[in-house]
Design a protein around this ligand. Structure first.
Ligand SMILES: C[S@@+](CC[C@H](N)C(=O)[O-])C[C@H]1O[C@@H](n2cnc3c(N)ncnc32)[C@H](O)[C@@H]1O
Length: 316
């Protein structure tokens, strides 16, 4: 077995595991152990999980299947596929989602590339909050039979808008993004999930593509990372679009504009829901009050962190 000190040996180098060379091939378990150790030494926290996910992908099988197949020998072609993935993960720190080209969100599979933010689990808090507001509106007198209008601002892969399209069969859903390449991915996801006719996808800066329109619920997971933090962030983030992550020195440039402009695009009694970084919650609440919003709410993610702020545009 290689000592794994060089990347050329990664995941069974040229002299290892080649069934055709007459040497004993590596087994699933041996490869997983080797790669986990290699990833740990490369500074990857989720070393074992990443090794399993990538090996399952290279073998075109389910991750759980690996546990049944621990003693199965790996073929040379499979090992070559795996080695390429392992090297990109360890040396370039490409996120697993981009190596696989997909990520699950709201139990749906989304295509992801370097043109979009990989949807994060905490963003499901935003989807839940939006569903709560739409549910309350549908039961109340607010809509009077008209379809509820939802806007997802900065849609990226389309994760939020498409999840809402599945949950809200009668809502009118619009999704916008400043990035044309991101909108292309959102369109592909809408096609793949058979929801293309359910969402209107528009390009432009914040509310500019919907300048004269009003919505009952505006949701946004905008860029909110402080640019000052750039140097201290995990290397994986360098593979995601800067436009999706950073928003000025304190991370609030886009959120401030969003809060200031949202009142012109909300129906009376409509809701604005914004994902943010927990330490930004108090200052954003102050901005919302200043802009004239009422009924401010915090929504907590699975880690019990305040992750989404909700605020209502006054009825009168
Ligand atoms: C944090 S990502 C969120 C992507 C997706 N909604 C999600 O939750 O996974 C922010 C998105 O906002 C877009 N964006 C950044 N600035 C924008 C602006 N001024 N107007 C519209 N979209 C913007 C980015 O291109 C990116 O797709």
């Amino acid at each position: 077995m290689s000592d794994g000190n060089s990347t050329s040996a990664a995941a069974g180098g040229a002299d290892q595991g080649a069934a055709s060379s007459g040497e004993r091939a590596w087994t699933v378990l041996e490869l997983l152990r080797w790669t986990t150790d290699y990833f740990r030494r490369a500074g990857i926290d989720s070393a074992r999980l990443d090794a399993e996910v990538l090996l399952a992908h290279a073998l075109d099988t389910e991750r759980l299947r690996l546990y049944v197949d621990y003693e199965k020998p790996i073929l040379a072609a499979e090992r070559d596929r795996y080695r390429a993935l392992v090297q990109r993960r360890a040396t370039e720190r490409v996120p697993v989602s981009q190596l696989l080209g997909e990520r699950e969100f709201w139990s749906l599979t989304f295509r992801v590339t370097g043109d979009v933010l990989t949807p994060r689990p905490e963003t499901e808090t935003l989807v839940e909050a939006a569903l709560g507001k739409v549910g309350a509106m549908a039961q109340g007198a607010l809509r009077d039979g008209d379809p509820i209008r939802v806007l997802d601002l900065g849609t990226g892969s389309g994760a939020i808008a498409l999840s809402l399209a599945f949950e809200l069969p009668h809502a009118e859903i619009t999704a916008t993004d400043l990035s044309e390449p991101a909108l292309q991915i959102a369109t592909e996801n809408a096609d793949q999930l058979h929801k293309r006719e359910r969402i209107r996808l528009l390009a432009g800066d914040l509310f500019e593509p919907v300048a004269s329109e009003r919505f009952d619920v505006v949701v946004s997971n905008p860029p909110y990372v402080a640019r000052d933090l750039m140097a201290s962030l995990p290397p994986e983030l360098s593979h995601e679009p800067e436009m999706a992550l950073f928003a000025g020195a304190d991370g609030l440039d886009v959120i401030r504009r969003l809060v200031a402009e949202a009142g012109d695009h909300l129906s009376p009694g409509g809701w604005l829901l914004i994902e943010l970084s927990p330490e930004q919650m108090e200052v954003v609440m102050q901005e919302l009050l200043k802009a004239g919003f009422v009924e401010l709410e915090r929504h907590f993610d699975l880690a019990k962190l305040p992750r989404v702020v909700g605020a209502r545009w006054p009825v009168v």
